[in-house]
Design a protein around this ligand. Structure first.
Ligand SMILES: Cc1ncc(COP(=O)(O)O)c(C=O)c1O
Length: 374
């Protein structure tokens, strides 16, 4: 059975060119970058070259780029550093953050390390920026704002430059989870005015287990993971050399092909939306489908026995899509993101997420199968 993979917001297939770039570091070039002999220096150089490449693409300095194990570790590091090193005692976040952020801020609140409040959402799931400004204005404590650049479930994109300006105005520390936008859009950390930014390579055809944490140069933090002096004393542990090399290669390929990919993938998303609207009755859109990520389309189907079994039946037919966050697929219950939206108690959410490898023919097959199953 041919598999159709429409779950690219969960993870993507590794690009063969990325794998080729990584292979020497999985085979003959296995030296430890901390070793002082040339065999180690060779891998150290590869890591530093990757750092330079990534820094240039996001308009950072190489010294502001830290490699981690993924988006989860990057966000945990940033948020904990803001609280414990930068002494933020108040956190402003949102109810629709990825669990990497949500569970971290809730943990800090529970343990009395910081107070926490969620910014209001507009009916379409966008962050209410007026409410954000009010909250910043009213905060008497040193504040961390942690808001994701784009939501992985509904695809809504934050006006990040505006949030950056607000944080600057009220002297708040700003962390953004850019896991769903890094490599998908040109990002400029200076324009975004972020102090911390998280990214992960498996969302753009790079390897799993390779993450990015941008830390603005004036910020000084202590490590979240203690041990050796790797990553300039910020993140201990022998470097994931092939992952880091793959990260930089995947980001470079995505950056080079950005315009073309955006055009093609947007066309697929638009076609899928039109086909669904023409063929499926009672469908609603979760989030701002028109202005959101070109990679994500989240629909809600009226609740029925058939719609509740849909994901399983699609799977039986070789179609991979997810209900809520695919990062927690397998977990039962309503997605916390959909639950936070207005009037979404009686819909079954389905997220389709696309990449450069998808085709219009695949859309036709999926829509026909949906029609048949409903
Ligand atoms: C928005 C967002 N943040 C964070 C993560 C976690 O990243 P990682 O899997 O690299 O830990 C994901 C998905 O996995 C995500 O979609």
């Amino acid at each position: 059975m041919q598999r159709i993979y429409f779950d690219n917001a969960a993870t993507t297939a590794i690009d063969p060119e990325v794998l080729t770039e990584m292979m020497p570091f999985l085979t003959e070039k296995f030296g430890n970058p901390s070793s002082i002999y040339s065999f180690g220096r060779e891998t150290k150089m590869a890591v530093e070259q990757a750092r330079k490449t990534v820094a240039k693409i996001v308009n950072a300095k190489p010294a502001e780029i830290f490699f981690t194990s993924g988006g989860t570790e990057s966000s945990n590091t940033a948020i904990n550093a803001a609280v414990f090193d930068l002494k933020c005692t108040h956190i402003i976040s949102s109810a629709i953050e990825h669990h990497a952020t949500l569970h971290t801020v809730q943990y800090l609140q529970k343990h009395g390390d910081a107070s926490l409040e969620f910014v209001k959402l507009l009916p379409d799931g966008h962050i209410d920026l007026i409410d954000l400004e009010n909250k910043l204005q009213q905060s008497t404590k040193k504040t961390l704002v942690t808001l994701m650049h784009a939501n992985n479930e509904i695809g809504n994109i934050l006006d990040i430059e505006k949030v950056g300006l607000l944080c600057e105005k009220y002297k708040a520390i700003f962390h953004s989870d850019a896991v769903q936008t890094l490599a998908h859009y040109p990002l400029d950390v200076r324009k975004m005015k972020v102090h911390f930014m998280s990214g992960t390579s498996h969302k753009f055809h790079g390897p799993k287990g390779a993450g990015l944490l941008f830390i603005e140069e004036n910020i000084s933090i202590s490590p979240f993971i203690n041990g050796g002096a790797q990553e300039r004393n910020i993140r201990a542990g022998t470097e994931n050399v092939y992952g880091i090399v793959g990260f930089a290669k995947a980001l470079s390929i995505a950056t080079e092909n950005n315009e073309k990919d955006i055009e093609n993938i947007t066309a697929i998303k638009k076609y899928m939306l039109a086909q669904l609207q023409n063929n499926i009755e009672g469908l609603v859109l979760n989030g701002d489908a028109e202005n959101g990520l070109y990679t994500v389309l989240n629909i809600g189907l009226p609740l029925s026995n058939k719609s509740e079994m849909l994901l399983m039946n699609l799977d039986i037919n070789g179609i991979c899509v997810s209900g809520g966050s695919a990062c927690s697929s397998g977990a039962s219950g309503m997605s916390h993101v959909i639950a936070a939206l207005e009037n979404r108690n009686d819909v079954v959410p389905i997220r389709f997420s696309f990449c450069k490898n998808n085709t219009m023919q695949e859309v036709d097959i999926v829509v026909n199968k949906l029609k048949e199953l409903i």
